[in-house]
Write a protein that binds this ligand. Structure first.
Ligand code: NAI
Ligand code: MG
Length: 393
């Protein structure tokens, strides 16, 4: 097989810490690839007015596969204030580069598996009788990744054409006299092909990996048009998969049921915003951000990333204390995607062995407050955690 080239985009903060750790694990498991570095993140916003430079887009166009760490995003006013003086007042507008990557390359499938490792002290437990029980959670969230509330079609003080168009709708009446500067509109746009693709892929995944249900998690009773379209497409897709049950939940009720019966759910499919919410919810049951991995998959390009951000408060700690597992699991998803399933499962087993043994634990696994004292209090460093995983391969 020809050697692959993978674009590594560490980004900001702890993205730069955890990404190299994942590469060490890939190498230790015998995965061979060439890596090229892609610039992305806050410093490129400050110095170039673009957090996702065109050269990085070109690299991904060429190589099709990316590993991404995390980026720092800041609110509108702060972003403008930090822009290099030479670029100020020239119309540069900050947008999140990872959202930009997803949209540019049509990475419309976001897959976020949330599976508990036995022995993880952060696993969700529930009262039962006089004791407790620990359900094994194994939910895989399929989040539509390019549309919905994150599509970026939004305004404060919308242009008159937009107001006029919205006023066709009778429900717009209460907003008619709100002054422009006091009116903010973020649109929730769903397209049928995108709904069809995410639900179709969710069912195919459920069948392939033996999950008994696909739950479409939206809110069609209230958000009738967009959630309604997702639900309708789920019903159509379900007809091709008689062995996989279609369940329906509303996002609010789903969040409540998380702590009631999380083990009952298999594949869950949602639009962009609700998928973001429900995947963080499930991640919280299986160890939190230190364990939450994801894949962004398009028809041509795929980018793998932990769901955590750049955790700026930890970026300067030396040695670093953050948990590399979310990033390593994301790299593991890349191996699965490439058909390297044996290497992928060896990585998961190695992580499982380290967790089950319980001797090597980063600060989050010990519920310590992260900070320079964490190591003194018995936490291992990021590097030591990776070493332990490599030791079990
Ligand atoms: P965050 O995920 O960076 O951190 C939240 C907290 O989670 C941290 O303070 C830390 O306690 C914990 N945490 C995160 N990763 C961890 C790890 N690997 N091991 C152990 N603990 C970990 O989210 P926050 O603080 O809301 O955002 C910080 C910056 O990251 C912001 O600028 C935000 O915009 C950006 N962000 C970027 C994302 C991305 O690149 N995909 C996703 C989420 C936030
Ligand atoms: Mg999120």
């Amino acid at each position: 097989m020809t050697k692959r080239t993978i674009v590594t985009m560490p980004g900001d903060g702890i993205g730069r810490v955890v990404l190299p750790e994942a590469l060490r694990v890939l190498s230790a498991v015998g995965f061979e690839a060439d890596y090229v570095h892609g610039d992305i993140g806050w410093e490129f916003w400050i110095n170039e007015g673009n957090a996702l430079p065109e050269r990085t887009v070109k690299l991904l166009e060429q190589h099709k596969l990316g590993l991404f760490g995390a980026i720092t995003s800041k609110p509108k006013d702060q972003a403008s204030a930090e822009l290099s003086p030479k670029l100020k007042d020239q119309g540069y507008v900050y947008t999140s580069p990872i959202v930009g990557l997803r949209q540019h390359f049509g990475l419309d499938l976001c897959i976020r598996p949330c599976r508990s490792f036995r022995g993880n002290p952060l696993n969700f437990i529930r009262r039962k009788g006089d004791g407790f029980e620990e359900p094994q959670v194994d939910a895989v969230i399929f989040r539509q990744n390019t549309e919905g509330l994150y599509s970026g079609v939004e305004w404060t003080d919308p242009p008159q054409q937009v107001r006029t168009a919205l006023e066709i709708h009778p429900k717009m009446a209460p907003f008619k006299n709100v002054p422009g500067e006091d009116l903010a509109v973020s649109t929730r746009i769903f397209s049928r092909p995108a709904c069809r693709r995410i639900v179709g892929e969710a069912f195919a995944y459920a069948k392939k990996f033996g999950y008994k249900s696909v739950t479409v998690c939206e809110k069609p009773n209230v958000i009738r048009e967009t959630s309604g379209m997702m639900r309708a497409e789920a019903k159509v897709a379900a007809k091709d998969y008689p062995d996989v049950a279609l369940w329906e939940t509303n996002i609010d009720a789903q969040m409540m049921w998380l702590t009631k019966n999380p083990e009952d759910y298999g594949v869950i499919v949602s639009g962009n915003m609700f998928g973001d919410i429900v995947s963080d919810g499930f991640a919280g049951l299986v160890g939190g951000l230190g364990f939450a991995c994801s894949a962004n998959i398009g028809r041509d390009v795929a980018v793998f990333e932990p769901t955590h951000g750049s955790a700026p408060k930890y970026e300067k700690l030396s040695p670093s204390i953050v948990n590399p597992i979310a990033m390593i699991l994301s790299a593991r998803m890349m191996l699965d995607h490439l058909g390297e399933t044996d290497k992928a499962s060896r990585i998961r087993s190695a992580i499982g062995a380290v967790i089950a043994e319980g001797k090597v634990r980063t600060y989050d696994l010990q519920r310590l407050s992260g900070g320079p004292d964490a190591i003194k209090q018995g936490a291992v460093s990021t590097t030591q955690m990776t070493d332990a995983i490599i030791g079990k391969l």
